[in-house]
Design a protein around this ligand. Structure first.
Ligand code: SF4
Ligand code: SF4
Length: 342
């Protein structure tokens, strides 16, 4: 078991976030070993260079400040990349670093394509979506990852139970980050009428033109109420964040934040207790219980691969590489006695 505070929630939240969250223990995600990523097993796979970091997170203002304030060698590359982004101005807002508009268009297009069940996407396109903080498959801002980044696991060791937990953690971190970023803007006297309260949408914000070039006028307008430079504003936000006590933090995240915390605590129980065994065997006869899934003949072939000899990890890799989603249903098969522990 691992505590969330040790790998899935940034250390900056120590002393701010409730220990009930930081101390939640979850099983090791052994079927999502990022140092031996499934997608890197085949150099031709469209995600072999990006892994799952074909994603650009929104990094809230105080967390950008945390990256800039950390001058250790381990953070040097991430800090350098954040500074380059700030200098370049594209995606630099008082709310934090956001994906460029064109990036968001391309991201949406590829995700819509995946959702329709297509996997025929080129490596060139996916490489255009590589996160600006990813270097040789590793995250250069690892300690400051937020929202989806520490919550994403291509396969959970507890199947749908783990997926549900991580989905809630993603919602919780996104909620925390959005509200804290707004809180610091309010503290910096940003005009309340101009505050964007929902998740920032780069497509709606239109800070660049269709060629991806910065709209200087809009950039100046969005930064006008801030007297400092973006770099020192981000650092000030981090200083304000450091001075928060736990009760102020709790009041910022409010009732919704507390409900999400309670959901994480509740969902962590099944996550711990329903882990998938390392070796499973296909037991025919109960398929009718999940008939919907069996409309696809390829699933049956995949299930027959669970012969008690091939490891679950090996079969997860096969399903991911072939672009199938069956690995997400392993828990369902276990519950319906279609797959049983050897
Ligand atoms: S979560 Fe999965 S896809 Fe992403 S890096 Fe880890 S093993 Fe690879
Ligand atoms: S911030 Fe780090 S973990 Fe998140 S997408 Fe970028 S490289 Fe990957």
């Amino acid at each position: 078991m691992q505590r969330l505070a040790d790998f899935a929630i940034s250390p900056v939240y120590q002393g701010k976030m409730s220990n009930d969250i930081l101390e939640i223990e979850v099983p090791k995600e052994k079927f999502a070993n990022c140092l031996d990523c499934h997608f890197c097993a085949d150099a031709n796979h469209y995600r072999s260079e990006t892994k799952c970091c074909d994603y650009h997170p929104i990094i809230p203002n105080y967390m950008v400040g945390a990256i800039l304030a950390d001058e250790t060698t381990a953070n040097a590359e991430g800090r350098k990349r954040a500074l380059e982004k700030i200098q370049n101005k594209v995606g630099i807002t008082p709310y934090g670093i956001i994906p460029p508009k064109n990036y968001s268009h391309l991201f949406k297009k590829t995700r819509d394509h995946f959702k329709k069940g297509h996997d025929d996407i080129s490596k060139e396109i996916i490489n255009q979506l590589k996160c600006p903080f990813s270097q040789k498959g590793l995250c250069t801002v690892y300690s400051y990852r937020g929202e989806l980044c520490p919550s994403f696991h291509c396969t959970s060791v507890s199947g749908n139970f783990g997926r549900q937990f991580w989905k809630t953690q993603n919602k919780y971190l996104s909620h925390v980050e959005r509200l804290c970023a707004i809180y610091f803007l309010k503290k910096a006297n940003y005009p309340v009428d101009k505050l964007i309260l929902k998740r920032i949408n780069p497509i709606e914000l239109k800070l660049e033109n269709d060629k991806g070039e910065l709209n200087q006028l809009k950039y100046d307008r969005i930064w006008k109420p801030i007297v400092e430079s973006p770099e020192s504003f981000y650092l000030s936000c981090f200083e304000m964040f450091l001075s928060l006590d736990q009760s102020t933090f709790e009041s910022i995240i409010g009732f919704e934040g507390r409900i999400l915390q309670d959901q994480m605590i509740s969902q962590s129980v099944a996550f711990r207790n329903k882990t998938i065994p390392n070796f499973l065997k296909y037991i025919p006869g109960n398929e009718f219980k999940v008939q919907k899934l069996f409309s696809d003949a390829a699933l049956l072939d995949y299930l027959k691969g669970f012969d008690g000899k091939k490891s679950t990890n090996e079969l997860v890799r096969i399903s991911l590489m072939e672009g199938t989603k069956y690995h997400q249903n392993i828990q369902l098969m276990i519950m319906n006695n279609i797959l049983q522990e050897v």
